[in-house]
Design a protein around this ligand. Sequence first.
Ligand SMILES: O=C(NCCO)c1cc(-c2ccc(F)cc2)cc(O)c1O
Ligand SMILES: [Mg+2]
Length: 214
Amino acid sequence: SGKSRPMRILQYVQNTAVQGDANSVISAVDSYCANVEWAMNVGDKKGEILDAVVLDVRPRWVLELGTYCGYSTMRIARLLPPGARLITLEMNHHYAQVAKQILGHAGLDSQVDLLVGASSALIPQLKKKFDMDKFDLVFIDHWKTSYLPDTKLLEECDLLASGTVLLADNVTCPGAPEYLHYVRNSPRYKSLYFPSQLEYLRVEDGMEKSVFLG
Ligand SMILES: O=C(NCCO)c1cc(-c2ccc(F)cc2)cc(O)c1O
Ligand SMILES: [Mg+2]
């Protein structure tokens, strides 16, 4: 049952995870997607790399591009210091609707602002909308062809500070070649590749961590 894959994931979470326990919601999504049907969450292996970066940066302001069902949103939000905020942008209304409910089940909706719309239209509005200046961490996991234009837009909107960390999913599979070339060759970034595997599969993937140098 459940008309869509995100809906089926939500139903499984509602039926098996402990309300208010983010780790049990994360585990429920991982067991469903590893054993019942694959879905494009960052997953548990790359999720540990994401966790390590969040804990290292201790960000006050986080931007996520691409919410999907809210899996990485939860991984980030559960590790944020008190008072920190995570803004996540999702183009697809249905994904956003499901993500809101999954975040609610995890009890993490107070740290998270989920906006629905095109990242290219929303990014220029963020400073004013949230009375903020720079992001400390950006997790990039939306349309792979949008990684580079949106990174340039973040620069143009003066949303990156010296030291801001960009962490990009899927730079090997499906791949983001233009983005990789840019961050690895621009003098304005120090970039490092973290090899891993595509979520729930024995296929190579990896994440690129790029520090903006100002
Ligand atoms: O498109 C993606 N995300 C944006 C959604 O609006 C995405 C795709 C895949 C993937 C798909 C199909 C395949 F064969 C391999 C990988 C994986 C991911 O982690 C992703 O984030
Ligand atoms: Mg991804």
